[in-house]
Ligand binder design. Sequence first.
Ligand SMILES: [Zn+2]
Length: 414
Amino acid sequence: MGGIIFENVRIFDGAQLRPGIGAVRVEGQRIAEVAEGGRAVARQPGDRVIDGRGQTLMPGLVEAHAHLSWPSSVERFVPGMALPPEDLVLTTARNARILLDHGFTSAYSAGSLSKSVEVVLNGFIASGGMPGPRLIASSIERSPPQAGDELDPGQVAEHGSGPEAMRAFVKGCASIGAKSVKFLLSGEDALMPGASQQLLYTQEEASAAGEQARESGVWLACHAQASEAVKMGLRAGFRVLYHCTYADQEALDLLESKRDEVFIAPAIGIIQATLDASPPPHFDMSHMKRSAAEVMELQKKLVPELRRRGLKVLPGGDYGFPFNPNGRNARDLELFVRHFGYSAEEALSAATLLGGELMGMGDELGQVKPGFLADLLLVDGDPAADVTVLQDRGRLRAIMKDGRFHKDPALADL
Ligand SMILES: [Zn+2]
């Protein structure tokens, strides 16, 4: 079988827009050749040639904080977060397709509402049976038992308190095939005033989870707002830290000391969406809006400082709420430019090149380079100058994953 050639394209390679017009040849799952500066790639018999019309070819986007099971999407408004089990399964599969439709060829889960739906879905996607992004699948997000919770004896082992329960939970997630295990190390002000400063686990518990994760070959992610939660996660060997809003100097120093090992996603999308929301009168968001305003101001200072210290900060913004639906994910890139001082190219790079590293595939994903996996977008516009074009799925003329079109430009042009 022949390859696929994109010619007459501008190339954003994951780090920068290459000078001049170029061409890219894909063979099988991978990029075989990249030509720049007006050069052509070598054509081979059977190759299909696509005229890029001077549009931009770039790596597929990576969502660093995905909640595929959170119900609301740009295709379906769900007033709330709970769904009956069968609906939840189908909604999760649908949201996976929606992310891919919007240019996200990879997603790193930040937790699921179902124990195993993402793992099962990932099997379907990976085998070609369903459309969706490459997925680092997760199980449910773990928070500690609350006073009054009635755990049945089967649940106590994994969901009770103490280091052994933490180990059992991580082991349980690994045994069903989850790759990332998410913990709420601190609470969340948006849900309960003051909760962001509350630690939900002890260092001993977090460290036990870390030891078990290394033994089981899985990665840990955490919701960490309080400074002490950030430190706790770092000491325990967590790989992905979300939010980090209240990180103090000590937390920043500790983050910097682990800058080659950890990834941060501030999840600014949900904050902006909270500030923008105009809910119906019976739905009081005034507390959430106050909290979001505070977080926004802190994040505007935090993220530039994290970057100055060389940390890897990625777009990914808690999409899936009714007022922040799945499918709107590319807006995070715009928010990185608007609030954090990123250039368009820097925001693109965070969502592609760094995204490949986040997926644990930095040597084969997230860049337009020979040998890399052909997860590619052909964009009608110049995202390296204006990232907002990525929010219009009509401008994604082609979406390719693993060398196969999810959206074929020949069909897009009809
Ligand atoms: Zn989240």
